[in-house]
Design a protein around this ligand. Sequence first.
Ligand SMILES: Cc1cc2nc3c(=O)[nH]c(=O)nc-3n(C[C@H](O)[C@H](O)[C@H](O)COP(=O)(O)OP(=O)(O)OC[C@H]3O[C@@H](n4cnc5c(N)ncnc54)[C@H](O)[C@@H]3O)c2cc1C
Length: 164
Amino acid sequence: MTKELIIIGGGIAGLSAGCYGQMNGYKTQIFEMHDKPGGLCTSWKRKEYTIDGCLHWLVGSGPSSAFYRIWEELGAVQGRQMIEHDEFMRIEGKDGRIFIVYTNVDKLQDHMSELSPADSPIISEFCNGIRQFGNFQPPLLCLTYRRSNDLGSCLWWAVEDLNL
Ligand SMILES: Cc1cc2nc3c(=O)[nH]c(=O)nc-3n(C[C@H](O)[C@H](O)[C@H](O)COP(=O)(O)OP(=O)(O)OC[C@H]3O[C@@H](n4cnc5c(N)ncnc54)[C@H](O)[C@@H]3O)c2cc1C
């Protein structure tokens, strides 16, 4: 008997569910109430402009990230160049001073401490938190990488990964 899967919503989650369903031998049907797929992750044309209403950065997009394998499985990253930006964003104060959110945590720490030397201890604590979190792999990936179906174990491993 053919296994069938009905998916409500053709956003990234629904489309991915459809792909994985088919990879696993299901006949899939996606029901989308809008006239195009994509959900929140979409763009549209208005006069001569393309409005990009969605992703500005993609978590786990580097090949060294565990998430990357999922993007590969879904065929989303093949042939695309991932660009690692040096700066995440810049905020300019009324006084003209600029706070740059560097993606390199050491650079960020130096920059923040330079802007506000008195806050160095808390900045150091904050940046150490970022360093620790940088090694975190989402629990979902435990399912893939540690070959477990037990969400409880995965969450436990996530806590271990964070070294809490
Ligand atoms: C401006 C903006 C910027 C963003 N930037 C980033 C970013 O930089 N990085 C990042 O990782 N994420 C970003 N996100 C978040 C990301 O876009 C969303 O988390 C993701 O697209 C959600 O996908 P989803 O499939 O879970 O839900 P949705 O995209 O909401 O999809 C749900 C779909 O279900 C349909 N639907 C709902 N109810 C029904 C129904 N009853 N019947 C049929 N169809 C139905 C909807 O029409 C929709 O198409 C951003 C989001 C926005 C809006």
